[in-house]
Write a protein that binds this ligand. Structure first.
Ligand code: SAM
Length: 173
């Protein structure tokens, strides 16, 4: 599959515009992925807890599935902090391979929002972790990412209504 470098940032968009587009796109893509995978029982993996907003969204809208959060340093809102048994603490470069040993290819939904403000660094990190994320997704599972991923076997899906191209990406096994 041909895959390009991160999308250029349009000069006409402010950081506020970009932030709003990212938030709106995350919600649209998460809602789409939650609905598409609703019949599956495999665990959900949230990569990057941050403030915990997207974790809280998952927790609020998903039933009947375990949600595990991968984070190197917890600093979330108290309402959005997972219990210890749901938290996989450490650098994803180490915890994702360990999760493959523990869970196998069973995840029904993986959401990644690991990036910071530097788009080149985010792209390099997405390239690095793509092969660590890819084997965790179960058959029919969906992966939602704020950064373009570089998968060998997953199909990139069209974005759902409301999502802004380049601000979120959806992949299916
Ligand atoms: N989606 C979150 C929310 O709605 O609040 C925001 C996530 S924030 C942008 C990114 C998070 O990823 C940070 O908490 C950071 O510590 C975490 N992170 C970044 N690189 C990581 C790594 N290599 N291993 C584990 N966590 C990482």
């Amino acid at each position: 599959m041909t895959q390009t470098a991160p999308d250029a940032q349009p000069d006409t968009q402010s950081r506020l515009d970009l932030f709003i587009d990212r938030m709106v796109s995350q919600r649209a893509c998460l809602d789409f992925a939650i609905a598409e995978t609703a019949a599956q029982r495999g665990p959900i993996f949230e990569l990057g807890l941050g403030n915990g907003r997207t974790y809280h969204h998952l927790k609020t809208h998903v039933t009947g599935r375990d949600i595990y959060v991968f984070e190197r340093a917890v600093a979330s809102h108290p309402d959005s902090t997972p219990d210890d048994h749901q938290l996989i603490l450490g650098d994803v470069r180490e915890t994702l391979p360990a999760a493959l040993d523990r869970f196998g290819a069973t995840a029904s939904l993986i959401h990644a929002d690991l990036g910071g403000h530097n788009r080149e660094k985010n792209d390099a990190f997405a390239r690095l972790i793509s092969p660590l994320v890819e084997p965790l997704l179960g058959k029919g599972g969906l992966m939602v990412s704020s950064d373009r991923m570089y998968f060998e076997t997953l199909e990139e899906l069209p974005l759902p209504p409301g999502a802004v191209p380049g601000r979120c990406f959806v992949y299916r096994r």
